[in-house]
Each structure stands twice: as structure tokens, then as C-alpha cells.
Ligand binder design. Structure first.
Ligand SMILES: Cc1cc2nc3c(=O)[nH]c(=O)nc-3n(C[C@H](O)[C@H](O)[C@H](O)COP(=O)(O)OP(=O)(O)OC[C@H]3O[C@@H](n4cnc5c(N)ncnc54)[C@H](O)[C@@H]3O)c2cc1C
Length: 334
């Protein structure tokens, strides 16, 4: 079986690793114009958590996210956690919005509990806001700038191939390449590559600082909220979520919003060393597109893109679904 994975981001690599490990005799190649540290996930903190998922059904989001949680647990227990950038960490997730936050995933994380009235009042006093609901739980971060090299090493050592190339004509690629299976994981690139008008950018700007004294994730999900997420060596301060904004430049106003907002929660951040600013364009879509088509000459084409604000969280589970689709199709062809 000759398999091409288009896209070298977190979704492409999870599919590549799972397909190669499921069918070791297959020839699996990732084709992508960009790789780590230049993909959408590379600046993100990789916090596990469903976020900005539009209308993707909650049961699918939870199934895929649970698979990633289990995968991260395996890495955490295996001793590879340091090199793969996987941390187990307590999280406070709060909102000042009237609508309570979605917690349909609460049984996946560890020890999730609602903050009671007195805790909400205490956080509100401390941070000068009126929080309406909140959760406390423990989960994983898996920063892609470390997880991607880990997956790449795992993929290459099982015999996988990697090619740096931009595909400009999708139909031509399907017709003229020798691949029997093509998995499309190009994220926002689907806008041009397959002319999918449902895909759009959700711009995110973040800063990274040195603040090794922060041991907890703090997420204010209110419309005007900020977040603080520790990774292995640095802490991510966020962030923006600007729909249909394609600007990859650092915006000074966003930088000020991030700095002031995060310092309001944790005043000690005033003294933290600023390291970098970063912008990424999340691949927003009304729903994740995870489906199969049979195309020219009976080739199998599977689309797997549009993971919005939680493409890291969904990546391992979506890749498992790609493997299941492939398995079912191959059985029916026997
Ligand atoms: C600021 C920010 C913070 C985030 N935080 C989190 C978080 O904490 N947790 C979480 O779960 N998610 C988070 N996300 C979301 C997550 O980063 C994305 O959903 C995820 O990275 C998308 O991965 P992907 O592999 O689908 O796409 P991408 O990473 O965009 O990869 C697509 C790949 O396809 C390649 N490509 C595109 N077009 C072509 C073409 N024509 N030919 C060849 N190659 C092509 C690109 O070069 C790229 O390698 C965050 C995003 C941002 C911006």
C-alpha cells in the first residue's frame, strides 16, 4: 500500500505514525511545504481541551479528545514525556460569560470539579472580575514544538518518508502520483488546495515568557479573557481568537492586551523575561471534515482538516478514525 499524507502538522504526523505502525509493510510518505517549527501548532501550548469547535458534534469531539488523553497518558507513563513535551498539570478554567462553559468532556480529565460560590467570589476579588462559573481539574499539555519532533522520529524510525513540497494542483496529484491512499491534513491550506469555502482562519497571537515559578494553567474563557499555560521550559501567555483574520504579523495592540491581561491575573509576570511573540492561524471550519471519498482509478482519499482551536487535542483520535476508515474500506475491497 502506497500512502501519501498531505500536511506535516500535528494531524498529518498523527495519521502518518498510526498508519505506518498499523501496516508496517506499507510505504507512507508525508508531503508538506512546512514542517516543525513552522506549523500552526508550533507556537501553541498544546493544552488538552476542546475549544473553538463550531458545530462539530460534542460526541465526536469527546471521542477524539479522549483518544488523545489516553495517548498522552501512555507517553507520560513511558518515560518519553520530557522529550515529547508532555506535562501533567492542574488547570483552573473560568468564565465571566452568562452562558456556563461546556463541560461535556469533564469525565475525560482527572478530578474535575465545579468551583463553588465562595471559590468563584475569591477568584473574582483576586482578579477584579465577576466570574460566573469555573472548573478545576488535572490534564496534559503536549507542546507541539517538542511533540512533533518526537512523532517525526517515531515515524522515521518505523520506515516512514518525509518530502518537502507544496502541492498546487490536487486533481493532478491524485491522477498522476503512484499513491493508492491519500490523506489530506493540510489544515487552513484546504482553502486553496480543495477550494473548501467552509474553512476560515481564527487568528491567534501569544507571547512566551520565562516564569518557571508558575505551575498551574489559568484560563479565563470570557470573551475578553486571557490565559496562562506553563510548558516544559517556558510559559505561554494568550491570547487572541480573531475570526477571518489572516494577518501573520505581530500586532502591538494584541501584545499589550496579552501583557496587561495576564499581569492582571498574575502580577509577578511583570518581572518575567519576555522571550517571543507568535501568531498562528487556526484552521476554523463549521465542522471538522473527516470523511472518505473514492476517486480516480479507485484511489482512496480521506480528508482530515478543520480542527479549529483544538487541533492538538483532537489529533490522535482523528488519526485513529482515519485508520478505522481505511481498515473498513480495505476489508470491503478483499
Ligand atoms: C495561538 C494558538 C494556540 C493554540 N493552542 C492550542 C492548544 O492549547 N491546544 C490545542 O489542542 N490546540 C491549540 N491550537 C490549535 C492547533 O494549533 C491547530 O488546530 C492545529 O495545529 C492544526 O493542526 P493541523 O495539522 O490540522 O494543521 P497545520 O498545523 O496548519 O498543518 C497543515 C500542514 O499542511 C501543510 N500544507 C498546507 N497546504 C499545503 C499544500 N498545498 N501542499 C503541501 N503542504 C501543505 C502546511 O505546510 C502544514 O505543514 C492553537 C492554535 C493557535 C493559533
Amino acid at each position: 500500500m502506497q500512502v501519501a499524507i498531505l500536511g506535516g502538522g500535528i494531524n498529518g504526523f498523527c495519521c502518518a505514525v498510526q498508519i505506518k505502525e498499523k501496516w508496517p509493510e506499507s510505504n507512507v510518505t508525508i508531503i508538506s511545504d512546512l514542517f516543525t517549527p513552522s506549523t500552526t501548532g508550533d507556537g501553541s501550548a498544546g493544552l488538552w481541551g476542546p475549544y473553538l469547535m463550531c458545530d462539530t458534534p460534542a460526541e465526536k469531539v469527546n471521542e477524539w479528545s479522549m483518544a488523545m488523553h489516553n495517548f498522552l497518558k501512555q507517553i507520560w507513563l513511558s518515560g518519553d514525556s520530557g522529550k515529547a513535551g508532555v506535562c501533567l498539570i492542574p488547570v483552573i478554567r473560568l468564565t465571566a460569560n452568562e452562558k456556563p462553559m461546556d463541560d461535556s468532556w469533564r469525565d475525560i480529565v482527572y478530578g474535575c470539579k465545579n468551583l463553588d460560590k465562595s471559590e468563584l467570589e475569591a477568584y473574582s476579588r483576586l482578579h477584579n472580575k465577576t466570574f460566573t462559573s469555573g472548573l478545576h481539574f488535572v490534564t496534559y499539555t503536549s507542546e507541539p514544538v517538542k511533540l512533533l519532533p518526537y512523532l517525526e522520529k517515531r515515524f522515521r524510525s518505523s520506515g516512514g518518508n518525509v518530502i518537502t513540497k507544496k502541492i498546487t494542483d490536487f486533481d493532478e496529484f491524485i491522477r498522476n502520483s503512484h499513491y493508492d491512499v491519500i490523506v489530506n491534513c493540510v489544515g487552513l491550506g484546504a482553502l486553496d488546495l480543495v477550494n473548501d469555502k467552509l474553512v476560515h482562519s481564527i487568528r491567534g497571537q501569544v507571547s512566551r515568557v520565562k516564569a518557571n515559578w508558575i505551575y498551574q494553567v489559568f484560563l479565563d474563557e470570557s470573551d475578553d479573557g486571557n490565559y496562562i499555560i506553563p510548558n516544559v521550559d517556558t510559559v505561554v501567555l494568550g491570547g487572541t481568537h480573531q475570526e477571518n483574520d489572516y494577518n501573520l504579523n505581530i500586532c502591538p495592540n494584541d501584545k499589550t492586551f496579552i501583557k496587561n491581561g495576564c499581569q492582571n491575573y498574575f502580577p509577578g509576570l511583570k518581572h518575567a523575561q519576555h522571550l517571543t511573540d507568535w501568531v498562528g492561524l487556526r484552521p476554523g471550519r463549521k465542522q471538522v471534515r473527516l470523511e472518505m471519498e473514492t476517486t480516480y482509478n479507485n484511489k482512496i482519499l480521506i480528508h482530515n482538516y478543520g480542527h479549529g482551536g483544538c487541533g492538538v487535542t483532537l489529533s490522535w483520535g482523528c488519526a485513529s478514525e482515519v485508520v478505522k476508515l481505511l481498515q473498513t474500506t480495505m476489508k470491503s475491497k478483499l
